[in-house]
Design a protein around this ligand. Structure first.
Ligand SMILES: Nc1ncnc2c1ncn2[C@@H]1O[C@H](COP(=O)(O)OP(=O)(O)OP(=O)(O)O)[C@@H](O)[C@H]1O
Length: 645
């Protein structure tokens, strides 16, 4: 990177445009130009030089696997104030997709500079923007790692952002390294059969503008996914026997391909799918954006927790509290019914106050009692205006009873069902409440992990303005003390962040992703990521691709400032994603949605530069910093995506 070394708060401030735009130019003029843009962005995003000191030391690095010419590198932000020595860094890297048992059979023991001239022995030796090679042995393998890296689809400013917005235009163009046509490319999942003894291994791979830039590049990618015994893929055939010779051949009617290396003999039988393979091949291919999406809010969401199956709901006819509580509380009505709990409105006769009583039957949490203990421990620790307050708790007759602050206006899911769309002004206030609640718990090292419409309860202030309070800490947990990351797959599908699905480790930023999904959903009445065929696989593929848009006409009357905010929240790279503090300092939120025309125009240009706005269009430039493919998903989801003999 041209500006390495002086990693200011601003360039780590992580509005993605800054990160990408500073990435390219080598000559002085271009550098000065990009720095102009960065400072303008900093000004607009209200991030001063002293802002976010914890991010100041982040060095953006790319790690490769020793000798693996097909691995495009793992982008990694090294925070030198957090990771102070090589050992924890290597341990952290081993939890990521870089750790491949073929290329790194004994894990990561050495790290080299990309040219192999130096072995890195201290984190201080890493240079911002540099590439490094992870190895199991001390023998560096000379491979053209930077060629394996994704072609540099950097965004260049054709018309630089003028400080006074003289031209009022931010034109961005895509530099494409290949001359191949790509106008036929649309997001689709292809299935590739590794030829061999049946049943054969079948991998799914996501193709879109970002992952399908040229025929050779797709072949290289597939080689690293399919892993033929004979090495690189040399030939691919459709099941109807047509050979794939151009990039466009991947986008015709067939979506199943048989892969061959150089030397195997081909047989007609190869193109016949065995019965054991059939269900993997037949799984419907999602033409993600081409299919018409149901612009509706899905049903109330079930959390991804294993303890949810077979939930027992106490007999509602009986509706009685145990004797120990019966004298003190009087049941009024059933107000909520989640996956593990039922919630009643009760009258607390001692305090002469109406409260909520959350009842969790132990049968619903067998083997997961630690989650309840954690929920109680966390609720006892926290005290915040925008978080539901816990008053007391009991464990009686195999059930947990939690006496909570009562919220009478119901949850945001029901509210949205009634109103269809929340006006921007209300949405801003709701995001402010949520942002404050998240900033508070994140500072305490707590991650909620289940932020969703159903867990935001509606409140009204003295002026009748709507806000929300965060509820249900049933999946909340504390971040590990040792600065580690969380890996448990949990959350709720519609809101789950890509890093949770990727199993590369995650932290507090998963709550911010969910906040972005919520903001999008309340403004238009449907979430940004939906499955076109109502399957979790399809939904997760959409989330991992990170591709969403602002379809017309739903978004026609939604401001560009709020769309800009959504882009900063639903950002696949957690390091680039806003923190709760940044959310609150966003110009739009800080001004309660009352921003000036100049900012709105700037936001318009920003959003337009990041994504196309039409329903059929794909925001192909947007996610240049992170490659996610179905292979990574298949690695995380195991047999759901890959059929192994
Ligand atoms: N303090 C409260 N005041 C009013 N209603 C509440 C309160 N707490 C929960 N509810 C209602 O009860 C519903 C279920 O509560 P909660 O989300 O805590 O249960 P759960 O079984 O843990 O949920 P989930 O299905 O998300 O795991 C909420 O969606 C909300 O509508």
């Amino acid at each position: 990177m041209p500006n390495s070394g002086t990693n200011t708060a601003g360039d780590s401030m992580t509005s993605s445009v800054c990160a990408m735009e500073t990435e390219g130019g080598n000559n002085a003029e271009e550098l000065a130009e990009s720095q102009d843009v960065v400072s303008e962005m900093q000004r607009r995003c209200r991030i001063g030089p002293s802002g976010y000191p914890h991010l100041q030391k982040a060095k953006r690095l790319r790690f490769y696997r020793n000798g693996d010419q097909y691995f495009k590198g793992l982008q990694y932000a090294l925070q030198t104030d957090r990771v102070k020595s090589m050992q924890p860094l290597m341990e952290e890297l081993m939890k990521t997709i870089i750790c491949d048992s073929t290329a790194l059979p004994h894990g990561i023991r050495h790290i080299f500079t990309i040219d192999g001239t130096q072995r890195i022995t201290s984190v201080d030796q890493f240079e911002d923007g540099g590439g490094y090679v992870c190895s199991s042995t001390d023998a560096f393998k000379q491979v053209d790692y930077s060629r394996a890296a994704e072609p540099n689809w950097r965004l260049t400013l054709a018309n630089r952002y003028n400080r006074h917005l003289e031209t009022k235009k931010l034109a961005l163009s895509v530099v494409e390294p290949s001359n191949e046509r790509t106008d036929f490319v649309f997001p689709r999942i292809i299935k590739v059969i590794r030829n061999g003894v049946k049943p054969r291994r079948i991998s799914r791979h996501l193709l879109n503008k970002k992952t399908a830039k040229s025929f050779d590049q797709v072949l290289r990618d597939l080689t690293s996914v399919v892993k033929l015994d004979s090495g690189a893929i040399r030939k691919l055939f459709t099941l109807s026997g047509r050979q794939v010779l151009t990039l466009e051949d991947f986008f015709r009617d067939d979506d199943v391909f048989v892969a061959y290396g150089g030397n195997e003999r081909m047989a007609a039988d190869d193109l016949l799918v065995a019965s054991e393979e059939h269900k993997w091949v037949a799984a419907r291919t999602s033409k993600l954006r081409r299919m018409s999406r149901r612009h509706v809010m899905p049903n109330r969401n079930e959390s991804l927790r294993q303890d949810r199956s077979g939930s027992v709901i106490p007999d509602q006819n009986e509706q009685r509290l145990p004797l120990e509580l019966d004298g003190r509380f009087q049941l009024v009505r059933l107000i909520g019914d989640g996956n593990t709990a039922v919630v009643y409105e009760v009258i607390d006769k001692v305090n002469n106050d109406n409260r909520a009583m959350k009842v969790i039957a132990q049968e619903n949490v067998i083997g997961k009692e630690h989650l309840i203990e954690m929920e109680l421990a966390i609720l006892q620790k926290i005290d915040h205006t925008f978080i539901i307050q816990l008053y007391e708790s009991w464990f009686i007759e195999n059930s947990f009873y939690l006496s909570l602050e009562l919220i009478e206006l119901g949850d945001l899911f029901e509210h949205l069902r009634r109103v269809n769309r929340v006006p921007e002004r209300d949405a801003v206030r709701m995001m402010t409440c949520l942002g404050q609640a998240l900033e508070y718990i994140h500072e305490l090292g707590i991650v909620h992990r289940d932020v969703k419409l159903e867990n935001l309860l509606i409140v009204k202030d003295d002026f009748g303005e709507l806000g929300v309070k965060l509820a249900d800490f049933g999946l909340a947990t504390e971040m590990p003390q040792d600065c580690g990351v969380l890996t448990t797959l949990c959350g709720t599908p519609t809101y789950v962040a890509p890093e949770v699905l990727n199993k590369t480790g995650y932290g507090c930023k998963v709550d911010i992703w969910a906040a972005g999904v919520i903001l999008y959903a309340i403004l238009v009445g449907f979430p940004p990521f939906q499955s076109s065929d109502n399957t979790e696989q399809d939904l997760f593929a959409a989330i991992l691709s990170g591709e969403f848009n602002f379809p017309s006409p739903s978004f026609d009357d939604i401001s560009w400032s709020v769309r800009h905010l959504i882009l900063c929240l639903i950002q696949t790279d957690p390091f680039l994603r806003y923190s709760a503090g940044e959310l609150l300092r966003d110009e739009y939120i800080a001004n309660l949605g009352d921003v000036d025309q100049e900012y709105e125009e700037w936001a318009h240009l920003f959003v337009r530069s990041k994504m196309h706005t039409g329903e059929e269009e794909t925001p192909y430039e947007y996610y240049t910093s992170r490659r996610t493919s179905m292979d990574e998903l298949s690695e995380s989801a195991g047999a759901e995506f890959t059929f192994e003999r």
